[in-house]
Each structure stands twice: as C-alpha cells, then as structure tokens.
Design a protein. Sequence first.
Length: 661
Amino acid sequence: MSGMSQLLVEDRLFQAPKAFSKKAAISSMKQYKAMCQAFENDFDGTWARLAKETLYWKKPFKTVLDESEAPFYKWFSEGTTNASYNCTDRIIKAGLGEKTAIIFESDAGDVTRISYQELHERVCKFANGLRALGVGKGDRVVLYMAMSIEGVVAMQACARIGATHSVVFGGFSAKSLEERIVDVGATTVITADEQMRGGKQLPLKAIVDEALELGAKSIVKNVIVYKRTGSETVPFTPGRDHWMHDVSAKQSKKCEPEWVEAEHPLFVLYTSGSTGKPKGVVHATGGYLLWANLTMQWTFDLRQNDVFWCTADIGWITGHSYIAYGPLSVGGTQIVFEGLPTYPNAGRFWDMIERHKVSIFYTAPTAIRSLIKASDLNPDTHPKNYKLKSLRLLGSVGEPINPEAWMWYHKNVGGEKCPIVDTFWQTETGGHMITPLPGATPLVPGSCTLPLPGIMAAIVDETGQDMPNGQGGILVVKKPWPSMIRNIWNDPERFKKSYFPADLGGNLYLAGDGAIRNAKTAYFTITGRIDDVLNVSGHRMGTMEIESCLVAHSDVAEAAVVGRPDDLTGEAIVAYVVLKGARPEGEAAQKKALELRNWVNKEIGPIAKPKEIRFGDNLPKTRSGKIMRRLLRVLAKGEDITQDTSTLENPGILEQLKHAV
Ligand code: PRX
C-alpha cells in the first residue's frame, strides 16, 4: 500500500472531540482502562455480568467459559436464548415497536421504511412458512440474495426457528454457490428472481438453478424466491420452487421462537484461507449476539436517535454483525442500501447521508479511495456539495486505511468533527477486536489503536513469545472471547491447525495478520496478512483458490498467484501462468489472458478475477521444485530482483515474467 511507509511513522494525533465525549457511553481513557481492568480482575465474572445485562435468556446460564475441550471453547453453555427474539420481541417490549428498524433504499432510489413491529410480523410469518415447509432446528439454509429487507427477514426467520443460515454473497458464481450448498448440507435455498445493481437487472435465481444442476439438487428440497424484479424469464420449477410471499401469505403473525442453547450454530459463513477450499466459519448464537450488541454500544456509541448506515453486503461478516444482527439487537434505526456507491453518480453515498440524516456511517477504505478519485474527475460528486451535518461518527472496516484516505474522510466527510473508528476484525472474530472508542481514544490515522475491553490481543514471535512494543510480529489473541469462531464446518482438524497452531503453543488464537505496536502509545497497526490470503477491495481471497481455478482450465499447466499493492483496491491479483502449449506473445497473449480472466470470473466470481496475467515457459522454482513466490511478488510490483537467485533451478525465467502482456 502506498501509504505504508508513512503509516509506520504517522504521528498526528486527533483527540476525541469534547462534544462527542460528553455524551458518549465510554467517555474517557480512564473509563476504558477501568473496563479493561474489570476483565483482568475477573474475566468470567465480567463477561457473565455483560451477558446477563445485554441479552434475554430464556434459561439462565451457569458456566461462563467452558475450556474443557479447548480450543473448542463454549460460552454460556446451559443458557438458552434466541437471536430473533432479542432483535425484535425484546425491542418491542422495551416500547420501540413503532420505531423505524430499517430504511431501505433501492438501486433506483425508492425508499421503504419498516418499523420493529412490522419487521417482527414479517419475520414471524416467514418463519412459520419455513416451518410449514419442514425447515427446523439445526437444518441449514443457504441465502443467495442481494441487499433487501427480505434478506434481513430471511436471516432473522432462520434464527427464529433455530435453522442455521449460510449467506453466500450474490457475486459468487454458480460453482462457488454449489460448493457451499453441498459443504454446509443445505436443504433449502432462499434467493431472489434477480438483483438490481447500477440500473441493471442481474440474475440470481438462474444461478441457483445452475448450482443445483451442478450437483446441489441431490440435497436441496426447497428453493424460496423473493420476487424483486418480477422478470418473466426467470426459471421456476413448481413443487420445488416457492415464491417468498406465498410462503408467508397465510401464516400467523405469531411465531414461538425456538429456544436454542447458547452454543447452537446461528450461522456458517464461508471465507478464504491460505490453503484448500473456503472454510465454513461457525458462529454460536449467544456469544456472537452478545458481542454484536456490545460493539454497537462501545465502538459505535449508538444512541436512540441515531441513523446508522453500514454499507457492507449481508454476504459478508460485516453485513451479518452490523446489519442483520447488531443494529437490530440495540433497537437502532439503520439504512439498508441495494445499489452501488457510484450510481447514478459517485455522490450517491453523500446524497443518501443528507436525505436520511445518517449520523453514523461505516464503510470500507476501497470505497473511500474510489470516491476520492471519482470526485477528482467530477467535482460535482465531492462531499462538499452535500449537507453532511447529521454525521457524528465515521467508521472504516475490512482493510488497512491509508493515512491519505483517512485524512480525506476526516476532513471532507466528517467535517473535522467526527471521530473515525478504524475497526480491525475478521469473519472469525464475529465483531470488532481492535478499534478506537470514539469518545475516548485519541486517533492516529492508519492505526486501529487499542483492543476492546475483554479482548486480549498481543504480538508474538514464531514461537509464541511476546514481542516488545516497537517491534513487529504475529497478531494473536491470548484468551477466548464470546463471539469467536467455534469451528470450521465439517473440519475440526483444520480449525485447530489454522487458528490454534502447535508452534505457538496451541492456546493462542492466530489471526493471520502481522502487526506492530507503537513504542510510545502501544497502538496497534496491522501490517497485512502473513499467509497466502489476499485482500482485494476488502474482500478476502485465497491465492490457492485462484490457482486451482486457473489450472482447472484445459489449457493451463501451472499457475501461481500473488498480490501486488494497489492504490485503489489495496491489493491486486497477479497470476503467473504456464500453458500446456507454447508461451503466447503479443496479441495471442492478450487474448489468452482475457480468456483466463473471464474463466476465473465465471468459475469463482468477479472478485477473484486477476488484474493481470503473465505467461512464462515455467515458474521460478528451487531445485526441490518449490515455487519462489517471494520473487513473483517482487516482479509483480515492477521492482528489480536484488535477492540471491542462485538457488533457482531456472533463473532465466524471471526475465520472461517481468512484464504484463
Ligand atoms: O487482514 C485483515 C483485514 O481483513 C482481514 C479479515 O477479512 P474478513 O474476514 O473478510 O473480514 C473483513 C471484515 C471484518 C483481516 O485478517 N482487515 C480487516 N479490518 C482491518 C483489516 N486490516 C487492517 N485494518 C482493518 N481495520
């Protein structure tokens, strides 16, 4: 990342604005430290108190943290609860039934509001409909939907009946969808006829049908379709396929929740690892919801008159924790947005903030960087043209935010009065881990600052020994926390190996990121993944996944994929390919590169598409046949190789791989 060198010497400090601190839930570093101390003094007792104060438990828990089968930790074991009850019934009982839960804005700009009472009704009716189709506790339901109220209703309805949902991002291909449906063993798929993005109608149901044909049809009994565009050409198989509105139509508005154990899997969400196929990250009901709720209060300081907007998609963890569950569990009002930040123009976000009086805005650095670029090209879309006074807090998520983008966001969007919470976390962590508290923590651009109370983050070396501040190392978490990943679906061995590796002692959670703490402030800065996981526009991709996809093409003999820093997308994918036939050159190479990029697009999805493809007669390998990825990374950056290449079997190959086709 271009800002990285500056990032490490960044010393600008932004104190929490007094006006903000005065009303904040956590209003000083003294209070923050006292909260951390409470966990130091009585870890279990503090979590127990928070869990009792925060959630409704049908049956109280006795054990707080059960470590008997570590690293398969259990939280609040004997307790029973229900996520949907906590996100609707409990809010209505608190007198907020008429409050707006969701303000939905469509791609075209149509706005629909729905109160907690209405949301509750729709969740209950659909939950009853799912039950009528035979879906119940422990069944897995895959969602393949775009941003919509129906998407949130579907997730909440699954939670209500104890079905475990697995949302697959609507940009994934039929093959990716099929793999996830089969791995998680879903009996039901919920989708929409089509989705609207940037004025275009894009298929969803047709892709589900394709996924079923690829193999998933042997296990899927029901496909439920939300009618979004009403397109006539959408395939429909009577008997198996049902319209979502028909499923809900004759159902009662009352639906007794399934009271599930705290450890009952609320959802499985697939994410990329460094090796093998995507991992189904399992999250448990009680602990996950507790942390989604607490981080809404602590990190976002949510107050009852706030309008909260998280721009993520429900297909990612950010959309789970900070759209589908967190904001509803605190009775907040939130925006759900179907469209794109650049449609009809790059002022869309700012226009929506103005019209809906958004007070808390949470987005990804990639979006900010692309809107900076767009407003340079078309000054009409610059935030200064919009009234953004309603904003009081900004957030960033998914990838490192470079100080330049941070400063622009702070000045032009936040009017220099809004704190920015740079939230570091992962699919596996369920919620924020290291982040400023907006009313307390002095901010440093590019640093996610300090761990939240209760999160024992640390930096260690390869053997698990603590590193002193000022020296980089491996980011770990030393103690379990309630919203942590519980398992990898169908693969407990991989869970242990990936997250609690033996060389670190077997009891430290390995995040997979490198980090450094500032020698003076002890603030954390994330320095990037230490494994073969790429982060492109805040989306996680495994290099192995893309490589396997490329070699599955009939013309490809071998492939190696690396990341390269990119000013806009954080990282960009560069693929080195050896074809079975001769190495193509000139126009033939360009044609082949295009074909392979489209292949990856079709097989995995647009987010995995390499930005660049380079062809060689071979790949740089050691004499033992290991591909030297380190060298490929240097070449991808366009830098000269200064390392010793004498151990290479075929040093001549480097010259071929220097340039893009
Ligand atoms: O490398 C870190 C980066 O995103 C990874 C997690 O990706 P995912 O599971 O898709 O979750 C993204 C949304 C929480 C991390 O391992 N990452 C996430 N947030 C930050 C970050 N890197 C730097 N700063 C952040 N704030």
